[in-house]
Ligand binder design. Structure first.
Ligand SMILES: *Cc1c(COP(=O)(O)O)cnc(C)c1O
Length: 368
């Protein structure tokens, strides 16, 4: 039996009849940049996320960068985030000229620890980027309280968590902006790179929409220096179709997670992921902790055609490109331990019960 980490062909087979006509309609229109499908998707995602507005952009990375640009983050500023995330979170801070400042994570959810953020705030802090990792939201209540007390912006990195909720509120709807990615490995994926910024502020949305198009306020008049952060009409058209299926796919991911939880119950050599009370996860990943022989387990599973991944093997404070920040190994021990122990098992919606059982059996066989 073969178990890929993700099977987009299986998903496509279920929606091909819906996708092809809308893609062909864009082809017939030859309106590839900011066609009607982009506006439609912006409205739908804003409403889906409980936000006032959405601004389509070229990627999750550009959603973060464009948000920080709109918030005026730049040289001399500090932005607090987690060292246990995808590179783009921190790369975006760096590219504005601001300094990334790290705060360690909570061991059970892998999300940033609000208490550690408090300890990292200085008079230079301008913003916080909580990352809702693997499909589960960070603890937004204390983060928002801290941000309000210090007048800080909050940019939610919700690239892995579209549709997740925290105490009933959707990912992306709580902070100053929320950033989604439509990269193929995300729960809602387009026809290539793409992303969306959501916000409760119409004024901010207007500024973001300007920044994504070189800061142009009217034809060839530029109020700010933005970039080309535009979303393709083709991708937007497909995303409109796929969004209608998202909740059903997320429910399947949750059911798959519950199956793994049950199969692994009582097996002490690994720790299954924790979903905190008050959170509904969309399980972009199902990440177990393997304190011993993680890499050997991964190789063993690969040899049985079970494909897994390590998100993330090296924390951001230890990356060569950020050496000048002066961090060293040992500075964020909970993140570092996570990097040594995590293993993401296949969790995509179309996975069969037999495949899940096979993955769990082989995992337990190796570690028993
Ligand atoms: C995928 C991802 C991004 C970047 O999104 P892209 O669309 O690939 O640019 C940012 N942050 C996190 C946590 C991600 O998982």
């Amino acid at each position: 039996m073969k178990v890929p980490l993700l099977d987009l062909k299986a998903q496509y087979a279920t929606i091909k009849d819906e996708i092809l006509p809308v893609v062909l309609a864009v082809m017939d229109s030859q309106w590839f940049i900011h066609g009607p499908s982009v506006k439609e998707l912006e409205k739908l995602i804003a409403s889906y996320s409980g936000c006032a507005a959405g601004v389509g952009v070229s990627s999750g990375t550009d959603a973060l960068l464009c948000s920080l640009m709109a918030l005026g983050v730049g040289p001399g500023d500090e932005v607090i985030t987690t060292p246990f995330t995808f590179f783009a979170t921190v790369g975006s801070i760096w590219r504005t000229g601001a300094k990334p400042v790290f705060a360690d994570i909570e061991p059970d959810t892998f999300n940033i620890d609000p208490a550690k953020i408090t300890a990292a705030v200085t008079d230079k802090t301008k913003a916080i980027i909580p990352v809702h990792l693997f499909g589960q939201m960070a603890r937004m209540d204390p983060i928002m309280a801290l941000a309000d007390a210090h007048g800080l912006a909050v940019v939610e990195d919700a690239a892995q968590s579209i549709g997740a909720t925290h105490k009933g509120l959707k990912a992306g709807s709580i902070g100053t902006t929320g950033c989604f990615s439509f990269y193929p490995s995300k729960n809602l994926s387009g026809l290539g790179d793409g992303g969306m910024i959501v916000t409760q502020s119409e004024a901010l949305a207007k500024q973001l929409a300007t920044l994504r198009n070189h800061g142009q306020t009217s034809t060839y008049k530029h109020k700010w220096v933005g970039g080309n952060f535009r979303l393709d009409s083709l991708s937007a058209a497909a995303l409109v179709v796929k969004l209608a299926h998202l909740d059903e796919w997320s429910a399947k991911r949750r059911a798959n997670a519950a199956r793994y939880d049950k199969l692994f119950a009582g097996f002490d050599a690994i720790r299954t992921p924790t979903v905190r009370q008050g959170n509904v996860s969309v399980h972009n990943q199902y990440v177990i902790r393997v304190p011993q022989r993680r890499d050997e387990l991964k190789d063993f599973l690969t040899s049985h055609d079970i494909h897994t991944a390590v998100y993330y093997p090296l924390c951001l404070h230890e990356q060569e490109c950020f050496a000048s920040l002066g961090y060293k190994r040992g500075d964020f021990p909970i993140s570092e331990q996570a990097a040594d122990e995590v293993l993401a098992l296949p969790i995509y919606p179309e996975l069969t019960d037999e495949q899940i059982k096979f993955v769990a059996d082989k995992t337990m066989e190796f570690l028993a």
